[in-house]
Design a protein around this ligand. Structure first.
Ligand code: HEM
Ligand code: HEM
Length: 177
């Protein structure tokens, strides 16, 4: 649960900052600081998500909430697995953008971020850079759509009397029981 909320807050912030940071004025230290922090927190998502995936695969799930339709459960399962994939692939794609950029990247706005070894001497740097940029953007829009669906579904079920949201927010559980 803690990992779910920490990662969710980080991802929602990164999506907002990512979509806005391109509009910051060029050349200033603010823009490079925001980009560097975007990269740092994006890589933190990667580390937390690898741990979360390990946790998910090595622990038993709590029993399903009753009364949820079979197709809703299937769709929720598919969206959840997309999220697990996204939480790991998205940071690597971002790292791919940085690894093929002319600009240096700094973790915590201080420590040089190494390039991904597989991309350190890529021939057609510009094309590969563009490919990663496009993929990062498309994945972001797909994720935004699915996060909206995920949140609407959680609220809808909660309001419909199925304690789905309360499973993720222990404080709500007390009220329910
Ligand atoms: C889950 C983690 C991440 C999320 C949700 C995320 C989200 C975003 C979004 C929404 C954009 C704007 C896309 C656009 O409009 O073109 C963006 C841009 C960018 N991201 Fe990320 N990002 C993540 C991780 C990373 C990581 C780990 C790095 C690098 C190490 C990174 C590097 C970049 C760069 C360099 C840009 C600017 C691309 C451009 O100028 O077109 N991102 N990110
Ligand atoms: C970027 C944002 C988010 C991501 C990536 C995300 C990801 C996930 C994933 C992967 C699961 C499945 C856990 C599992 O069964 O393995 C899950 C469950 C859940 N999420 Fe999110 N989530 C996000 C945001 C939110 C938000 C904002 C809410 C609040 C409405 C929420 C509510 C829930 C609930 C209630 C469940 C439990 C469903 C159940 O018990 O089967 N999530 N989330």
């Amino acid at each position: 649960m803690r990992l779910h909320w920490a990662i969710a807050i980080l991802i929602i912030s990164l999506l907002c900052v990512g979509l806005l940071m391109g509009y910051l004025p060029n050349g200033g230290s603010l823009k490079s600081a925001v980009y560097n922090w975007h990269k740092t927190l994006g890589l933190l998502v990667l580390v937390l998500s690898l741990f979360r995936l390990y946790w998910r695969l090595t622990h038993k799930l709590p029993a399903q909430v009753g009364g949820v339709k079979a197709w809703e459960e299937k769709l929720a399962g598919a969206v959840h697995w997309f999220f697990y994939g996204f939480m790991i692939v998205m940071p690597f794609v971002g790292w791919g953008i940085s690894s093929t950029s002319r600009y240096p990247s700094r973790l915590f706005n201080a420590i040089p971020l190494p390039r991904l070894p597989i991309l350190s001497s890529v021939e057609n740097r510009k094309e590969v850079h563009h490919f990663f940029e496009e993929t990062h953007e498309i994945l972001a829009y797909i994720a935004i759509a699915l996060i909206v669906l995920h949140v609407v579904a959680a609220i809808k079920h909660q309001l419909g009397g199925k304690a789905v949201l309360a499973r993720m927010i222990p404080a709500m559980k007390k009220d329910d029981s």
